[in-house]
Design a protein around this ligand. Sequence first.
Ligand SMILES: Cc1cc2nc3c(=O)[nH]c(=O)nc-3n(C[C@H](O)[C@H](O)[C@H](O)COP(=O)(O)OP(=O)(O)OC[C@H]3O[C@@H](n4cnc5c(N)ncnc54)[C@H](O)[C@@H]3O)c2cc1C
Length: 530
Amino acid sequence: MKQYDYVIVGAGSAGCVLANRLSKNPRLSVAVIEAGPSSDSWKVDMPGALLYAMHDPKLNWKYYSEPEPHLNNRQIFCPRGKMIGGCSSHNGMVFIRGHAQDYNSWAQKGLTKWSYNHVLPYFKKIETWSGGANKYRGGNGPLHVSKSNIADTNPLYQSVIKAAEQAGYPFTEDANGFMQEGFCTFDFTVKDGIRWGTGKAYMQTVYKRKNVDIFLKSQVQKIIIKNKTAKGIEITNKNRKEEIFADREVIISCGSINSPQLLMLSGIGNASELQKLNIEVIHNLPGVGKNLQDHLEIYTQFKCIQPVSLYSLFNNPLVKVYQGMQWFLFKKGMLSHTHLEAGGFVRSSNDYDHPNLQFHFFPSLVINHGLGKPDCHAFQFHTSPNRPTSRGWIKLRSPHSTDYPIIQFNYLETEEDRRQMRDSVRIARNIFFQEAFKSYLGEEISPGLDKQSDKDLDEVIRNNADTAYHPSCSNKMGVDSMSVVDPETKVYGINNLRVVDSSIMPNIISGNIHAATLMIAERASEFILD
Ligand SMILES: Cc1cc2nc3c(=O)[nH]c(=O)nc-3n(C[C@H](O)[C@H](O)[C@H](O)COP(=O)(O)OP(=O)(O)OC[C@H]3O[C@@H](n4cnc5c(N)ncnc54)[C@H](O)[C@@H]3O)c2cc1C
């Protein structure tokens, strides 16, 4: 019988942090169970190769939403990493903590130990920042976070930051430091031209420890629960069923789609929904899978009248080969970057006391999640509301773990979200129209200059808006009746069971969510060890 102190399900972004912190004490035994394979691959290491892992079914769950009612019934692609490091092994590597007010609003909801002052030390603990430690930044953590130097290699980045200033949006030295609001080059989880996901940052030490067993290609089917106490898990490995037991705790870190799915498969969720699928109800917890949130983006695209975009990298095989060699031999060149490396945080009106929109600048066109090639030199802003008010859900499609769950984001259900999307397009255009960008600005590709009215923009958004890949909040932490975990990440109603990953955010934060996920895992590992 396999028996450990802790069983961690999912060696993704959060799971790797937990594996590292919980196994630091050699007297504690830890099992880490991951559905996917290892992440030892150039597709993971090369920053410019992120599309390969994102579309590879061996390394990705490749979910789709149900038809989205407010997006003209389009089904939205929802890639999720399936390997050591999870999404951190194929994400865009933008490292943004969110705004201090995000965490203060969590505290106001009863999560008093999650205010900005409480979480800042954990954000610092995560990182070794290339700019050096200071009041806000860490200098000694496992995750290497580098300030992008892309503006040294491509003039568009300096110009877009200047144009934003001319449009009235300030320059900020460090969006993760004192002031988020404004434009700058972003931070990246890249070290010396190599992706630094949690599989590298946190697992390299774990591999050397004797008190940890890692089970790869092992999908957990069910949590074993007796007398309302989690005892272990059931996995299939090469079509063989196996049970693994935990003396202390089972910790679920399967991400915002799979964590609620696994709870529901184990009989924890909305009782009537489970009964309809003939699943024995172990604990009625109606919030499981509800409160799903994501950042939805719209692209504002223009032709570039100078040959400084990524067009040649996408279209000229010689450039591709040369840049490939640059990376394989020296870890340098265009493929050592993701190019999504500048942007900003904006308040679209004074009604917001902190930025409600995020802008990412990209010196090319993004077509069909990177599968399409641009046919001209061009650039774009991706813009999204930081704190959408629409809510979606995850439900089981069947009682079988092999059936993908029902994912309904319900994007743009509210007029507030639709208004913010329209505002973001208008602000993006205004920035591109500034003097600093004049020498690059060609014809507007999308939405198209004839699309000016609210009605026309709404239609463009319904037909084109797409995910920023930040599903979250589907097992919210809180103190109300729809909360799934308590303020110390323990599942309500079941002993020895926690959820620790992006699904427990009570509300999505203002920015890319990877950093916040790692902070949650760092903080939870202290709760667990305490
Ligand atoms: C394409 C893409 C780009 C992104 N870009 C950025 C970015 O630039 N910046 C940013 O901040 N955020 C980005 N994100 C979002 C961010 O990376 C994720 O939200 C975050 O890393 C999720 O962490 P997690 O620990 O919750 O889940 P994950 O990292 O997804 O980890 C879950 C792990 O659990 C495993 N698992 C699931 N079910 C089971 C099971 N039943 N049994 C065993 N194992 C299981 C999975 O295989 C996976 O390894 C991006 C996401 C995507 C998909």
